[in-house]
Design a protein around this ligand. Structure first.
Ligand SMILES: [Zn+2]
Ligand SMILES: [Zn+2]
Length: 209
């Protein structure tokens, strides 16, 4: 339904739950931050569902982690989990939406069967963040590096994890995840390549928790 709708249209109005903004928390607590992050997540969600490229999965878990040191955020593509640096965002709450949006792009690309790295496609999507008028975290230097998109996609038929390579793999590989967690040796298969794109990538949606 939202397909093709411009960003401005989808996000024209900040939801009431966010009218006060993250900065309104005088002394933000971890729980308040997590809730607020989730409201931002819901606000951004229309930009990551029913897009021409595909949809992000349901049931993404958002956590604030006290164990993160140098990284501001990361996305666990396998489990659909976004972690945000608790210490950093308690000090700089207004910067949280920027990193959250960034991590959502990683998950979305992966779920669409696209290389989730910092590719041109990644930055194209990041551009839509600017239209929201939210603060941009200029401390995040790593976000300026761009890599070529890996279009040779390999997949484990057991756990469905995907890998993205820029050229065809020279050797067959087994899935490290299945080997580690189930003691099974599963050969990873090439499921998509530049000349043979596969459109049936989106996972079967699972009901959100
Ligand atoms: Zn990133
Ligand atoms: Zn596997």
């Amino acid at each position: 339904m939202d397909q093709g709708r411009p960003v401005q249209d989808v996000l024209r109005r900040m939801p009431d739950s966010l009218q006060m903004g993250l900065g309104a928390f005088a002394g933000p607590t971890k729980e308040a931050m997590r809730k607020c992050a989730f409201h931002y997540f819901l606000w951004f969600l229309p930009l990551f569902r029913n897009q021409p490229e595909g949809s992000m999965r349901f049931g993404v878990d958002i956590q604030l982690s006290s164990r993160m040191k140098s990284r501001l955020g990361d996305a666990d593509l396998f489990h659909g989990r976004i972690r945000l640096n608790e210490k950093y965002f308690l000090r700089n709450p207004e910067m949280l939406p920027y990193t959250l949006f960034h991590e959502m792009i990683h998950l979305w690309l992966y779920d669409c069967g696209r290389d989730p790295a910092h590719t041109r496609k990644f930055y194209e999507k990041m551009d839509s963040f600017r239209l929201l008028g939210l603060p941009i975290d200029h401390k995040v230097h790593i976000h300026k590096r761009q890599v070529n998109e890996g279009k040779f996609v390999y997949k484990c038929s057991e756990c469905e994890f995907k890998w993205f390579h820029r050229s065809k793999a020279k050797y067959a590989a087994i899935c490290g995840y299945c080997e580690k967690h189930q003691g099974k040796k599963i050969w990873v298969k090439l499921v998509s390549s530049p000349g043979r794109p596969n459109s049936s990538f989106n996972r079967t949606p699972v009901v959100s928790k």
